[in-house]
Ligand binder design. Sequence first.
Ligand SMILES: Cc1ncc(COP(=O)(O)O)c(C=O)c1O
Ligand SMILES: C[C@@H](O)[C@H](N)C(=O)O
Length: 369
Amino acid sequence: MSYPETPLPENHNEFRSDTFTTPTESMIRSVGFASVSDSVYNEDADTKALEKKVADIMGYEAGLYCVSGTLSNQIALRSHLKQPPHSIICDYRGHVYVHEAGGLATLSQAMVTDIKPSNGLYLTLEDIVERYTPDDGNIHAAPTKVVSLENTLHGLVYPIEEIKRISNWCHANGLLIHLDGARIWDASIASGVPFKEYGKYFDSISVCLSKGVGAPIGSVLVGSETFIKKANHFKKQNGGGIRQCGMLCRMASIAIDENFPKMKQAHLLAKEVADYCEDLGLILEIPCQSNFIFLDPLKNNINPSLLSVIGEKYNIKMSMFRLSFSFQTSRVAVDNLKLALKELKETAENNPYYSKKAFGMYQSGNREE
Ligand SMILES: Cc1ncc(COP(=O)(O)O)c(C=O)c1O
Ligand SMILES: C[C@@H](O)[C@H](N)C(=O)O
């Protein structure tokens, strides 16, 4: 059987998610020189090098390569959570709660106190204190043991001062604090806060490499040596033990070196389109602070089933009220996106769509009303 060469994609017209970033030529070429030892035995050089690299960048003792951010988050929280009954606190939009298939219930037997930020953007210490469950012997309760934050969350950048307040309170009250840092790269770019500054305040961070950074697969969980050793146990338990993953880790390491410096471009394009949306009179659900735009799913009276249809007409991929930008988003695609948004706005003005409720996060409303 012949395997024809597949050319790398050139025109990145993908606005559904930054998970669609693709390996660059230099990343792919590097695979031939990668180490090929068994990383379950912790003997693979490129795997260990990537784990150390990310741990050093974030300011932690150790790192653990995981095949996904979901696995990384869930084994982190499982490692922090010891003895049920217990619960975690997170934002009601938190990926660990909304998009990880109930892993907290199954792997950690944990309850979730999901909180809607009183400021509409990010959880404050006051939001958390108001809802946390103390471990005071009340046998009706599932005490809060971990606060899990996300930065960025829906592209929103968490203010470092609030992170500091929450972290100090957690540690003063016997709680641990985890960060879903799937887009910590974007958070640092947008805020100017160094990675090691974030690293001061969390007991663990899950760092995705397969989104804005552009690695094909994987995340690195960072924390203390003891924590990572236990997390690795849960990683193996859940089928996450990977054999010759040096090839993936070498690509990821190159992605950090070569693509991270280009990620600011995604933020600039997102801001350009956000400004264009406002000029059109399209309402944003939340401010554009990094590489995402969230159009309001109700106030614009746009029929969500038109998103992919009009997107296809202008040769772009979109299907949700969230628009995602990456370092690979092309200029042509952005110009076509603007044409699509203009037509969506005109269509909504001529034939407004009234929905009874907002649709699920990231979801278009292709459901029957
Ligand atoms: C904020 C956030 N955390 C975690 C994940 C999980 O990453 P993965 O898709 O690799 O499981 C995602 C999505 O990919 C995400 O957007
Ligand atoms: C859908 C979600 O899991 C994914 N992380 C995204 O942001 O596209």
